[in-house]
Design a protein around this ligand. Structure first.
Ligand SMILES: [Zn+2]
Length: 757
């Protein structure tokens, strides 16, 4: 880890004059964390250290290393390592190109074959420069036996500091050296700015699904971050390895030719290069097989500040011969499966030594509101309102792309053949509402063309708002208008909006799948924390409604998985936009205490009766009343407030009977009698039902009167069950207006207001 730290150090010093967590590499912190979690890490570490000692002793006895005649002999064998790189991204700069990965691998191979520039390594260490003779190869066969280029991509919010949770799509760690890249790293570690971390073999053995290296995307080239982390992955420690931070106390890394040091986190001046603080008069005695002193090696009396495993800001860096032997010892140990990586059978299975294949491109695209790279991603628009489409196809050098669009696109087709245009975004807009069907065709420089059709590329809302003056109801019944309420599962996971076959009044509604259905190994990565999913309403014309008489109403029913308040972290954000351009204004936020009305349930929650539902009325302010006001329901699943539990803590949330009107959600909440009666749905456009509760095996009479007091319908029925239903047929209440529904049973009665629209 070299270079670029200086700017980080300076930036940190500006905000903190005292000491700070100096850990651009969080390998030690993570190792500590893994050890706390699982005592097996220590057991594996002890085993590995024992076998490393034995391996190195054998090399010494074989005269290969630190013998009395020479301290500088190296091994002649090469070690080939299959690699897979997983790019975790959200279409930002962290969506690395294939060429970035090739450059990273080339850099790694140079360094681990003593081919990087070494001329400025100070004289005392020149003879200790090691050649690891390790060759890294992007795999050409994936775990399923399919051809690959050894690179995977995953779109995820976890790119923003997901760390171990972002280690998705791992390939078997005993067969492949897994490297992940993400946008921000270290959020879960709490040690300030972090650029990368690795698992030591012992951690990898105990936590196989975390095994590998993860790095910030902008540090994989141009400095030595990946080379440093690769050192850790093959069991090299920081040279100070004191258990303390860099620069604090003298320590040693169990490698003879890296003298004791405090480590350096600074510019590489001569004071640091020739730092003797911990290393003066440093030498090692070696014993022969009989235990007698066999040789003395007088190692340099200055620290190896230019070592790849230090943090110093040196332009050039090195490995020592001793470090190479330590890595070889780790490579010959089964701990963490390192010995399997370069095994000839594994090299054949992973295709590590096979020629790098030409594979067809993988098509991909993203859509933003504006041209800028950081403009918000969106897949929802209005007729005539432009979106910016960007080609993100990969897995080859893309030489041509062709786009075709439905829905009366302003650009029904768009083609690029010049490299400069291929990834640039272009504007497009649509005259017809509904889902846009799009085809993207990408041609690679030498491997053919891939054509993919996206039937739901973006959604175009209706151009005119629905008049809400006489009430608009969405029951999410098939057909009807529900297709105009688009849902977006941006990150393509199990946490999403979907239709459900239950409802407040009928048998359909919309639900948010918050109940974590994942099990076993799936739970080790991919936490829903950070996820969000959107449901959009149709646009409404609210200009005819007035203050106090303009409401967004809905019924909802939701549960949590736990009753402990600190773990109830789901939230529903309801925002509105009046400009057709995604200027979103908060209307309401429902969360703890206001969202999950059914309490805690350990099994997947499904509402079963109308009493499971709660009504909500949100008054729509004047600022939101426009000709095409759209509401956005954004659900954010919560997780347990625990460092080690990454499951969703929520259960399912159901939403039904969304209505925008002058009325509130529950028109008939006046209770005039002692009998518990509800009239549903209310308001209604068709049939209505009188639901009588807790009156068993008796008769009830229902009388319906219009607003003038004229009786329009009567019925007497035998009540059955806890919530008996009595039908008021739609033809009895065909004329829109207000009705009174009187229900009588024995000496009890109840009168409710019923609105027909
Ligand atoms: Zn490190």
């Amino acid at each position: 880890m070299k270079k670029n730290y200086l700017s980080l150090v300076l930036a940190l010093m500006l905000v903190a004059s005292r000491g700070f967590a100096q850990a651009p590499c969080a390998t030690d912190e993570m190792h500590k964390f893994y050890k706390q979690q699982n005592p097996a890490v220590q057991v594996y570490e002890d085993q590995l250290n024992k076998s490393i000692k034995a391996f190195i002793a054998a090399q010494v006895n074989a005269g290969k290393f630190a013998s009395k005649t020479t301290a500088t002999r190296s091994d002649t064998d090469f070690y080939d390592i299959p690699v897979v790189v997983h790019i975790i991204h959200n279409y930002g700069g962290e969506n690395l190109k294939d060429s970035n990965i090739y450059a990273m691998i080339a850099h790694l191979n140079k360094f681990y074959n003593k081919q990087s520039a070494l001329s400025t390594i100070i004289e005392p260490f020149k003879k200790y420069i090691g050649n690891a003779k390790m060759r890294f190869h992007l795999a050409t066969i994936d775990p399923l036996g399919n051809p690959t280029k050894g690179i995977t991509k995953r779109i995820s919010y976890l790119t923003y500091g997901g760390d171990d949770q972002a280690k998705m799509d791992q390939w078997p760690p005993t067969s492949y050296f897994n490297i992940w890249t993400e946008n921000v790293i270290g959020r879960g570690i709490g040690v300030g700015i972090v650029l990368a971390y690795a698992t030591f073999p012992a951690s990898g053995a105990a936590f196989p699904y975390s095994d590998g290296v993860i790095s910030r995307f902008d540090y994989i080239n141009d400095d030595n971050t990946i080379e440093h982390e690769t050192g850790h992955y093959f069991d090299l420690a920081h040279p100070w390895n004191s258990g303390e931070g860099v620069g604090e106390v003298c320590g040693d890394d169990e490698v003879d030719d890296t003298p004791p040091t405090k480590g350096h986190f600074s510019v590489c001046g001569s004071a640091q290069l020739y730092d003797t603080t911990c290393a003066s008069n440093y030498f090692k005695l070696y014993a022969s097989a009989s235990g007698m002193v066999d040789s003395v090696v007088n190692y340099p009396d200055t620290t190896n500040t230019q070592n790849i495993m230090d943090y110093s800001q040196c332009a050039q860096s090195m490995l020592t011969i001793g470090q190479v032997w330590r890595m070889r010892a780790a490579l010959n140990s089964t701990i963490g499966g390192r010995s399997n990586l370069w095994d000839s059978t594994n090299l054949a299975i992973t295709g590590a030594l096979a020629p790098y294949p030409d594979l067809k491109p993988v098509t991909d695209f993203c859509v933003r509101q504006g041209l800028a790279q950081n403009s918000t991603l969106t897949y929802f628009t209005f007729p005539g309102v432009s979106l910016h489409f960007s080609n993100k196809s990969w897995q080859d050098t893309i030489t041509a792309v062709n786009w075709t669009f439905s829905n009366g696109a302003s650009k029904p087709t768009q083609s690029f053949t010049t490299l400069s245009g291929i990834n640039n975004s272009f504007e497009n807009n649509f005259s017809e509402p509904g889902w846009v069907n799009m085809t993207l065709e990408a041609t690679g420089n030498n491997s053919g063309t891939t054509s993919t059709t996206y039937p739901k590329a973006v959604f175009v809302a209706d151009n005119t708002g629905v008049d809400a003056l006489s009430g608009y109801f969405m029951e999410f019944n098939p057909g009807a208008d529900r297709d105009k309420w688009p849902m977006f599962n941006y990150y393509n996971n199990g946490f999403k909006w979907d239709y459900a076959n239950v409802g407040y009044y009928d048998n359909t509604c919309i639900k948010y799948q918050g109940f974590d259905k994942r099990a076993g190994l799936e739970l080790l990565t991919g936490t829903p924390k950070g996820d969000f999913d959107d449901l959009y309403s149709v646009p409404f014309d609210l200009t005819g409604l007035t203050s106090g008489n303009c409401n967004l109403n809905f019924h909802y029913s939701g549960a949590s998985r736990t009753s402990a308040s600190e773990h109830i972290n789901d939230s529903l954000f309801i925002d509105y936009s009046i400009d057709k351009k995604h200027t979103w204004v908060s209307l309401a936020k429902l969360g703890k205490g206001t969202l999950l009305n059914k309490g805690a349930l350990s099994v997947e929650y499904v509402p079963i009766s109308t009493s499971d539902w709660a009504a909500k009325t949100i008054s729509i302010p004047a600022a939101a009343r426009n000709k095409y006001t759209v509401f956005r329901f954004r659900y954010k699943p919560g997780i347990y407030k625990s460092a080690f539990d990454f499951r969703s803590s929520g259960n399912n949330f159901y939403l039904d009977r969304v209505h925008v009107s002058p009325w509130t959600a529950e028109v008939s909440d006046l209770k005039m009698g002692t009998i518990d009666v509800k009239v549903v749905p209310n308001p209604t456009q068709g049939d209505a039902y009188v639901v009588v509760k807790d009156v068993q095996n008796s008769q009830a009479q229902v009388v319906v009167m219009d607003i003038t007091g004229k009786v329009v319908y009567t019925i007497t029925e035998q009540l059955k069950g806890n919530a008996a239903r009595i039908l008021i047929p739609h033809d009895a209440i065909a004329t829109p207006g207000i009705y009174l529904v009187q229900t009588m049973s024995g000496s009890q009665s109840n009168t409710q207001k019923l609105v027909v629209y």
